[in-house]
Design a protein around this ligand. Structure first.
Ligand code: PRP
Ligand code: ZN
Length: 292
């Protein structure tokens, strides 16, 4: 019987959430802590724990069918191998948000990346940085570094850097100022869709459909409330991502109970607006699983 292999980050920013999202699809793994191969127990999907930079290459080289990696890393490798077969981004996963940004020393008097014409830019993402700067008409000398990019300007080996920023702490600690965002990125599931057997493709579809359910459920809330019958239309409009709520009469009352799955985030502002429209006893519950 066919099995699928998924490459995920061994340790680092995406590691925990990558395991979590697969577990929430019902996958269980037999592993020993230091082992880099985890065997899928009740679903024929195994894990390969590797460095994130290696994930797109393992996919392209046919070692695994699926991988969870940042869009920035995937795009870097795809540019590196332009003209060859590429990866498919199957689903963005909603975590690991960051941006690839150009930063300069705090005291450097520039206000746009366009002013960095012919500057030396240090980065671990040479292809992506060159490509995104070229799109903006900026030709730079790329100084490729595999890590600690943020110290390059201080050492005098670069005029600016292009690196991932999430909280901005690293930039601040190194007296760098974020000049502009080149791209936004988050973790995504990538796959090789061409050249795999029908059996593997069917397995992949099953996994994708579970994943879709998990991700949709994570964004969804089940909302219950009481409302005056005549306010129903207004209440329905105020429920984020709802078209057809369930309506139930309330015994011995002229009010009704409204139940609905909200497909979009529910904020306090939504609840306050519902209350102002006459709703009471408003309950918001998490949705654990969903299968459309
Ligand atoms: C990135 C980047 C910075 C840091 C920025 O590294 O290279 O060092 O994160 O985050 P901050 O804005 O919250 O300070 P990453 O976590 O991707 O590690 P890696 O480059 O070693 O894979
Ligand atoms: Zn990395």
């Amino acid at each position: 019987m066919s099995r699928l292999r998924v490459a995920i980050q061994k340790s680092g920013r995406l590691a925990e959430r990558s395991q979590e999202v697969l577990r929430s699809c019902g996958l269980k793994f037999a592993r020993s802590k230091d082992q880099l191969f985890w065997y899928g127990q009740d679903f024929p999907v195994d894990l390969l724990l590797v460095r994130d930079d290696d994930i797109p290459r393992l996919l392209l080289d046919g070692v695994c069918e699926l991988g969870i990696v940042g869009e920035n890393t995937a795009n870097e490798v795809m540019l590196e191998r332009a003209g060859q077969s590429q990866l498919n981004c199957l689903r963005r996963l909603g975590f690991g948000h960051c941006r690839l940004s150009v930063a300069v020393p705090e005291d450097r008097a520039v206000s746009t990346v366009e002013e960095l014409q012919d500057a030396r830019i240090a980065t671990s993402y040479p292809e992506l940085t060159r490509h995104l700067l070229e799109q903006r008409g900026v030709r730079a000398t790329i100084v490729e570094l595999s890590g600690s990019v943020e110290i390059a300007p201080g050492l005098g080996t670069a005029d600016a850097i292009s690196d991932l920023v999430s909280t901005g702490t690293t930039l601040r600690a190194n007296h760098l100022r974020e000049l502009d965002v080149l791209m936004h990125s988050e973790a995504a599931l990538y796959g090789r869709v061409n050249g795999i057997s029908d059996e593997k493709r069917a397995l992949l579809q099953r996994l994708l459909s579970r994943l879709e359910g998990v991700l949709q459920a994570a964004e969804s809330k089940y909302v219950m409330l009481h409302a005056p019958r005549e306010a129903l239309q207004r209440i329905t409009e105020l429920l984020p991502g709802v078209e057809h709520p369930s309506i139930m009469p309330l015994e011995g009352s002229d009010r009704i109970a409204v139940h609905a799955v909200c497909g979009e985030a529910v904020f306090w502002e939504h609840l306050e607006a519902l209350k102002a429209a006459g709703a009471s006893a408003i309950l918001v519950l998490p949705v654990e699983k969903m299968l459309a």
